[in-house]
Design a protein around this ligand. Sequence first.
Ligand SMILES: N[C@@H](CCC(=O)N[C@@H](CS)C(=O)NCC(=O)O)C(=O)O
Length: 220
Amino acid sequence: MAIELYWGSGSPFAWRVMLTLEVKGLAYESKLLESSKGEYKTPAYLRLNPRGKVPTLKDGDFVLYESLAIMSYLDRKYPDPPLFGKTAEETGLIWRALAECESYVVSANDKVVRPIFFGKGLDKIEEIRQAAQTLRQEFNTIDERFADSHWLVGDKISAADIGTFPLVQLILRAASKEAAQPFNLGMLPLAQTFPNVARWVQRIEALPNYQRTYPPHWRQ
Ligand SMILES: N[C@@H](CCC(=O)N[C@@H](CS)C(=O)NCC(=O)O)C(=O)O
């Protein structure tokens, strides 16, 4: 039975799972949901994911939500190529990068990106500036990790890269919007502010099938 992925365009969490599926070369049926049409909250979808969020993966009879859990499931079930490390040390460092992303980037991202994209809370200028400062610190940490490697952990792409990348793309997209101008986010031009991150973004964008994962509404 085919793998089914329920996702939303532009969701960084869904993007993580799509990239995982593509990097592993797994076929899947795309179930694109539109939040604006209430499709995250239909009774049928809530039976799969009671939180009414994307992504959700269905593999045969097994249903799983939470992007990191899905990535880890896919890696265990379809181990080629391994994305959670080949040694205990790599696995530890990959989970550290993912935990750092969840603990620091995701919450700061919410405070910066939501107001810029949706126009709500743009008056909370100080909160946005502080969150932007956190994001710059995190980008700096990531940038330094590329000092002697092309990838966040080890010498190949791993779950650390796949888990972090969609958040970075989302933040860069927000930074490029006109509504971001008053906040001086200090992210762009990326090649000047965080040159190693810029090269890593290009490396991921060059992956085969990357374009299939790119949020469709970002092309419009
Ligand atoms: N921790 C979850 C986060 C999922 C999440 O927040 N998804 C957002 C889209 S980016 C969503 O579906 N939001 C809809 C809502 O909260 O109603 C994961 O990693 O899968």
